[in-house]
Every structure is written in C-alpha cells, then in structure tokens.
Design a binder for this molecule. Structure first.
Ligand SMILES: [Zn+2]
Length: 125
C-alpha cells in the first residue's frame, strides 16, 4: 500500500511539483521546502563561533548582551531573502520550523550556547 502511495505521490508531483522555497527549483523525493543544493549551500556566517562578530559589535556599548549572532548572511536576491520573504510576506509559515531547526543545528556547535538561559529572536518586522 505504501508503494501505491509513493507512486501516486510521484505522479501528482509531476503535475504539481513542489518548489524549493529558496531557489524555485522542483523538489525531488525526500526534499521538503528546500532542495539539497540550497540546504547545504546556505550562506552561514559562523558568527556563533566568533564572539566579536559584526552583529555583536552593533550592540557593544548600547545594550548589555553576552552574545549576538546572525545565522546566515542576507543578500538581495539570495536564498535567505527568498526564504524570509516567503515566510514573512507570502504567509508560508511552514518554512519557520525548518529554518528554526537549521538555526538550532548551528547554535549547538557553539560552546557559549551551552550556558545560554534565554534566546531572543529578532522580530520579523
Ligand atoms: Zn533550492
């Protein structure tokens, strides 16, 4: 029965392909919201590994923060812009969880993160 579901799903995807939310290419089986190329080529900053990163420097002398990060670089016309705009302006809210998971995967690489009490995201507006 599962095979029929798989074949049916494949057939439907031929007629109505799901598109990568970052680049617009058709997704293949096993991909969800992001194609593999976009998933593995997101423009990560690695700021969470650099305490003196440019985001943290923006707060120095203004707000008493331990650390501040941006997970990815934002470039006009880039993958992150497409993802953010689909989430923010087109109401594709299902992008939120995968992006949160990607951010969490990155933050877990930081030793500083193991002592964090509170994470405050930047509001979308
Ligand atoms: Zn893509």
């Amino acid at each position: 029965m599962k095979l029929q579901t798989g074949y049916w799903a494949d057939f439907v995807s031929l007629l109505f392909p799901e598109l990568c939310q970052a680049c617009g290419e058709s997704l293949v089986a096993g991909e969800e919201l992001l194609c593999l190329d976009c998933r593995y080529n997101l423009p990560f900053t690695d700021f969470h590994l650099k305490p003196d990163n440019m985001v943290a420097q923006q707060f120095w002398g203004k707000v008493n923060l331990e650390d501040a990060y941006a997970i990815c670089y934002f470039a006009k016309g880039g993958r992150i812009q497409h993802l953010m705009h689909h989430f923010k302006y087109k109401g594709i809210r299902k992008i939120g969880n995968p992006l949160g998971n990607i951010a969490a995967e990155q933050l877990l690489k930081s030793l500083v993160f193991k002592t964090v009490d509170v994470i405050i995201p930047v509001p979308l507006h």
